[in-house]
Design a protein around this ligand. Sequence first.
Ligand SMILES: [Zn+2]
Length: 118
Amino acid sequence: MSDGLPACPECHEAFTYEQGALLVCPMCGHEWSKDTAETTPETALIKDAVGNVLADGDIVTIVKDLKVKGAGGGVVKVGTKVRGIRLIGDGVGDHDIDATVPGFGRLQLKSGVVKKVL
Ligand SMILES: [Zn+2]
């Protein structure tokens, strides 16, 4: 199958075809909706520097010095603890975390520069 349709959840045959909003299996007649067939979310998981999956509200530490651009400037030091991060899908560049960093206020961070506090 080159069109990426999932195999039938009932009989596991791979002859699925689309009929409107439904997926249909010609082998056993099972019909199901495309929405529930998509088990993997489209947004990829956001992981920290060592591969821990991050979630809203996590506490992280910064793993490398970060130069802060813009008003004031400065450097967020390695080991700075940041509480209550928020994951964002639309950050500037590849920034995917929104967080309030002590001494700096609200910043956008890249997930690759933080490590989750477990
Ligand atoms: Zn089937």
